[in-house]
Ligand binder design. Structure first.
Ligand code: B12
Length: 444
C-alpha cells in the first residue's frame, strides 16, 4: 500500500497590497523567506509511526493553483491543515477522492471544525495524531475505517514520541529544520490558535529524545539550523537549563518561541547563548499594560509582565541572544494611537527583530467564539483570512480600514531598511561594549 503525506506549505496573505509591500520590505520578506520553507513536522512525525509495510511519500504543495491534477499518486493520502489553507486542502482532498484515493485529514483546522472537514475526507482525526494513528491504520488495513478518530482526552506522552522521518525530505531544499521539544503552554491567550488547542496540557519531550532527533537531522545535514516548533520552550526553566546543557556539545544554531520570563534567569540566558541560540521569538503583544488586559485568560499574566518588558528585553539582548518581539495590532483595548506606541517601544528598546501581525480570530481560539456571538466576525467561514495579515473581524475601537492602514504604515516604518540596520548596529555595538567591560573586569 502507498501512503502520501501531503503538506500544504508556504505562506499565505489575501491582502494584495500587503503582499506587494511584503515584497519590498526586507523585514517582512526575510522572515517569510526563512519560514516559508519549513517542512511539516506533524506529517513527518506520523510517518515515523507508520509501519514499515506501508510505502511512504512526502510531498509539499505550496500553491495548489500550480498543480494540475494530483501532486502524486497514492492509495491513501494524509493531508495536514492550518486554517489559512484549508480550502485548498479540501479542494485537493476532493480531487484525490474523485480519483479513488482514500483521504485522511487532520491538524489544527480539522480539529477545530470537524463537521466541515468530514465532508472532504474518508476519515478525520481530531486532536493530536499520535494517540489514534496506529488504531486508524489497523482499521484501514482491516477495511473497517471509521469516519472519525478523536484523540481529545487522550493526551499523548512525548516520552513515547516517534522519530520523525526527516529522511523523507530533500534536505538541501531547507534552510531550517523543525524539531519539537514540548507542546502546549501554561498560559491561555485569547487569540492563540496553536497546539494548546489540540491538547490543553503543557508537556515536555525528554531531553535525550530531543537530542536523538537533532542527531538524526545531523546525519542528513551536518550543521543544521534548528527551529524548535514549540509554543513556549522555557516556561519550565529548570528543564530549559537541562535542554541547553545538552545542546552545547552539538555546536548548533537554533531559534525558538518562548515567554519573557527567561529574562530573569541569568544561568538560563548564559546557557542559551552558549548552546547556540540565535534568537528567541516572544509574544509581547503590546507595549501597553492597559491594552494587555484580559489577553491571557488564566491569570492576566501578560498584563502583569508588561511593566518590566523594557528591562527584560535589555537583559536578554545583553546576554547576546536577539529578541524577535511580536506585537498584535487590533486588540479590543487598542485604538488608532496604538501604532505609534509600538513604534516608539521598538525604537526605545532596540529590539533586534520585530514581527507585527493583525489580531486574528482562528476558529479554534476563544476569541472566535466571543466575536461570533457579538456578530463581529466579518465573514464567518472565510478561513483564508486566518493569515495574521488579513482582518476577519470588526475591531472594537477602529474601523477595518483604520486598522489596515495603521498596520501597513507601521510595517513601512518598522521594516524600513535603515531602521532595521540601526537596531542591528545598536545590538552589536552593545555586545562590543559588554565584551570590553568584561575584559577590563577580568584583567583587574
Ligand atoms: C512550523 C510552522 C509553520 C510552517 C509549516 C510547515 C508545514 N508545511 O507544516 C510554515 C512556516 C510553512 C507555516 C506557515 C503558516 N503558518 Co504556521 N506555524 C508553524 C509553527 C511554528 C509550528 C507548527 C508545528 O510544526 N507543530 C508541530 C507539529 C507536530 O504539530 P501539528 O502540525 O499540529 O501536527 C500534529 C496534529 O495537528 C496532527 N496532524 C497534523 N496534520 C495531520 C494530518 C493528518 C492526516 C492527521 C491524522 C493528523 C495530523 O498530528 C500531528 C502530531 O500530533 C506553529 C506555531 C506553534 N508554535 O505551534 C505556527 C502556526 C501553526 N502557523 C500559523 C499560521 C497562521 C501560519 C500561516 C497562515 C502564516 C501565513 N500568513 O502565511 C501559514 C499557513 C501556511 C499554510 N500553508 O497553511 C498558526 C495557525 C493557526 C491556525 N489555527 O490555523 C500557528 C499556530 C501560529 C500562530 N501564530 O498562531 N507555519
Amino acid at each position: 500500500m502507498t501512503l502520501g503525506f501531503i503538506a500544504m506549505s508556504g505562506i499565505r496573505c489575501q491582502n494584495a497590497e500587503l503582499l506587494e509591500i511584503g515584497l519590498t520590505l526586507p523585514g517582512f520578506l526575510e522572515r517569510s523567506k526563512v519560514i516559508a520553507s519549513l517542512p511539516s513536522l506533524g506529517l513527518l512525525t506520523l510517518a515515523g509511526l507508520t509501519s514499515a509495510d506501508v510505502e511512504i511519500g512526502y510531498v509539499e504543495v505550496p500553491d495548489l493553483a500550480q498543480v494540475s491534477g494530483l501532486p502524486g499518486e497514492f492509495d491513501v493520502v494524509a493531508i495536514s491543515s492550518f486554517s489559512a489553507q484549508i480550502k485548498e486542502a479540501y479542494q485537493l482532498a476532493d480531487r484525490y477522492r474523485a480519483a479513488g484515493t482514500l483521504v485522511l485529514l487532520g491538524g489544527l483546522h480539522v480539529s477545530a471544525c470537524p463537521d466541515e472537514a468530514a465532508l472532504h475526507a474518508d476519515a478525520i482525526v481530531i486532536g493530536e495524531g499520535e494517540p489514534v494513528w496506529p488504531e486508524l491504520w489497523a482499521d484501514l488495513k482491516a477495511c473497517r475505517l471509521q469516519p472519525r478518530y478523536n484523540a481529545r482526552g487522550r493526551s499523548f506522552d512525548l516520552a513515547e514520541a516517534p522519530m520523525p522521518r526527516f529522511d523523507l525530505l530533500d534536505i538541501t531544499r531547507y534552510n531550517r529544520i523543525t524539531v519539537q521539544t514540548q507542546r502546549g503552554c501554561p498560559y491561555n491567550c485569547d487569540f492563540c490558535g496553536a497546539s494548546i488547542r489540540l491538547d490543553p496540557h503543557y508537556k515536555l519531550k525528554p531531553v535525550s529524545k530531543v537530542i536523538d532527533e537533532i542527531n538524526r537531522v545531523r546525519e542528513l545535514w551536518p550543521h543544521p539550523f534548528i527551529e524548535f516548533a514549540d509554543d513556549n520552550t522555557f516556561a519550565d526553566r529548570r528543564r530549559g537549563r537541562e535542554l541547553c546543557r545538552a545542546l552545547i556539545p552539538l555546536g548548533l544554531r537554533w531559534f525558538t518561541e518562548t515567554d519573557i520570563s527567561v529574562a530573569w534567569d541569568n544561568e538560563l540566558l548564559r546557557l542559551m547563548k552558549e548552546s547556540g541560540c540565535a534568537q528567541i521569538l516572544i509574544g509581547l503583544e503590546s507595549p501597553d499594560t492597559r491594552e494587555l488586559e484580559g489577553v491571557e485568560r488564566k491569570a492576566n499574566w501578560k498584563r502583569r509582565q508588561a511593566d518590566r518588558y523594557r528591562e527584560a528585553i535589555a537583559r536578554i539582548q545583553d546576554a547576546g541572544v536577539t529578541v524577535n518581539g511580536c506585537f498584535v495590532l487590533g486588540l479590543d483595548q487598542q485604538d488608532t494611537t496604538c501604532f505609534d506606541r509600538v513604534l516608539e517601544f521598538v525604537r526605545d528598546t532596540g529590539l533586534y527583530e520585530v514581527q507585527i501581525t493583525l489580531m486574528t480570530a482562528f476558529p479554534n481560539a476563544p476569541l472566535y467564539g466571543r466575536l461570533l456571538e457579538k456578530g463581529r466576525i466579518l465573514e464567518p467561514g472565510a478561513w483564508e483570512k486566518c493569515t495574521l495579515f488579513d482582518i476577519n473581524y470588526q475591531p472594537a475601537q477602529m474601523s477595518v480600514s483604520e486598522l489596515e492602514n495603521g498596520f501597513r504604515e507601521l510595517g513601512q516604518k518598522i521594516y524600513d531598511r535603515e531602521f532595521i540596520e540601526e537596531r542591528r548596529r545598536r545590538f552589536f555595538q552593545r555586545q562590543n561594549e559588554l565584551r570590553q567591560q568584561r575584559a577590563v573586569a577580568e584583567g583587574a
